[in-house]
Design a protein around this ligand. Structure first.
Ligand code: FES
Ligand SMILES: [Fe+2]
Length: 414
């Protein structure tokens, strides 16, 4: 059976089976997860030669390593002998990996080094059996991306306008670089991965889903997504989208995007002014982006999420705090705010998780079959850079996601 995506994905509605059908999930792995560029981590996680960390691209177990000449590789965690896992620890430092089953040994570039009892292989000499490598690895602003396709669009082409949002994040550091070294939390949700992606830039739900948190903390976030907000939702193309909150932040004082004031982080503000001169005010007012980079990297101002699908109705969301290189004063605050919002007892993530899971249970119902994504379609407009924008709480980003998803699934885009 071939799925007719043009029937299931229409401009203002999508079919419920897209979240529940095993065959569609299997096809997504081939056409999206093992073909386009997927974010797996950040170079700061393997800062020193020999450092390694385990990662996932859907069900593929991958080891991110840094060799002695500084190159970052993604190796598949599968011995070339009989397929055992060669790396058991989540992280560490080693120039080699030794398979626990029969002792075959590999360099951290994947090249085979040796094996015990070589008479069994006709004596000296090496077998040319290496660890598998992810064919294409590239980085942008330190984010490491993997593509299982040997050819196709470059990472720069894939990122398109979303690259500028990662630049905005990096420029908040007095050294122009972020680091993802605070450690990762893993949240498992019994929901299809697309429900998580859709929620990330859905500006319609915060007032309701997070209303109780906003009211007890006195947070102004809710009003950023109200009907009176000047903020916009932007379809950045390529399935990427953002909630651009800058029109609201520009009405406020520097650092208000972070819910704090200059007086609380004086060293950081001073460093930024020394580095950027007059432009510092704009940077300190506009703050960090809220952007969903297709298909799995989400930057929510101070937190970075990487989404990994496990099954049609199960997804793991990896979360960490943004750390700004050269800004220890900010980093402590970034970390505690991140834990408060998306940590194990984090208030925002607990609310959202409940919604993804309820959604997943709901879409199993046979009728009415469709999910509606028309909100704001009639009032969309094109901004000065040619991007489609809607109001802060419109479903513009979702429509952009689905149109790109459809072209990938129909084989019209890569
Ligand atoms: S499976 Fe790895 S050495 Fe045999
Ligand atoms: Fe939310």
């Amino acid at each position: 059976m071939t799925v007719q995506y043009s029937e299931l994905i229409q401009p203002e509605r999508v079919h419920g089976s897209l979240y529940t059908d095993q065959d569609i999930f299997a096809e997504e792995l081939q056409r999206i997860w093992y073909r386009t560029w997927v974010c797996v981590g950040h170079v700061s996680e393997v800062a020193r030669p020999g450092d390694y960390v385990r990662k996932k691209v859907a069900s593929q177990d991958v080891i991110m390593t840094r060799s002695k000449d500084g190159e970052v590789s993604l190796l598949l965690n599968r011995c070339a002998h009989r397929g055992n896992l060669v790396c058991e620890d989540q992280r560490g430092n080693s120039s080699t990996f030794r398979c626990p089953y029969h002792g075959w040994t590999y360099r951290n570039t994947g090249e085979m080094l040796g094996y015990p009892y070589n008479q069994g292989y006709g004596g000296k000499g090496k077998l040319s059996l290496n660890l598998g490598r992810v064919p294409r690895v590239d980085t942008y602003q330190g984010f490491v991306f993997a593509s299982f396709a040997a050819d196709g669009p470059s990472l720069k082409e894939h990122l398109g306008a979303a690259a500028g949002e990662l630049d905005r994040l990096a420029r908040l550091s007095p050294e122009g670089e972020i680091e993802l070294t605070a450690g990762w939390l893993q949240h498992r949700a019994k929901a299809n991965w697309k429900l998580l992606v859709e929620n990330e830039t859905d500006g319609y739900h915060p007032q309701f889903v997070h209303g109780s948190v906003f009211s007890v903390t006195g947070s102004h976030i809710g009003t950023l997504y109200s009907d009176k907000s000047a903020a916009v939702t932007r379809d950045l193309g390529g399935g990427h989208s953002e909630n651009d909150l800058r029109p609201e932040f520009r009405k406020m004082e520097p650092m208000n995007w972070f819910g704090t004031s200059e007086a609380r982080v004086p060293d950081y503000v001073a460093k930024m002014r020394a580095l950027h001169g007059e432009q510092a005010e704009e940077i300190l007012i506009e703050g960090a982006p809220h952007v969903m980079v297709f298909p799995n990297l989400f930057v929510a101002e101070i937190s970075v999420f990487m989404i990994n699908p496990v099954a049609v109705d199960e997804t793991v969301q990896n979360v960490t705090a943004v750390q700004l290189k050269g800004a220890p004063e900010m980093n402590r605050r970034l970390l505690s705010q991140c834990i408060g919002s998306v940590g194990p007892a984090g208030m925002l993530l607990a609310d959202d998780s409940e919604m993804y899971e309820r959604n997943q249970r709901g879409v199993a119902a046979r009728v009415p079959e469709w999910l509606d994504i028309r909100r704001g379609a009639h009032r969309e407009r094109i901004d000065e850079n040619g991007f489609r924008i809607g109001a802060a709480n419109d479903e513009t980003g979702m429509r952009g996601f689905w149109s790109h998803y459809r072209s990938l699934m129909e084989g019209k885009a890569r």
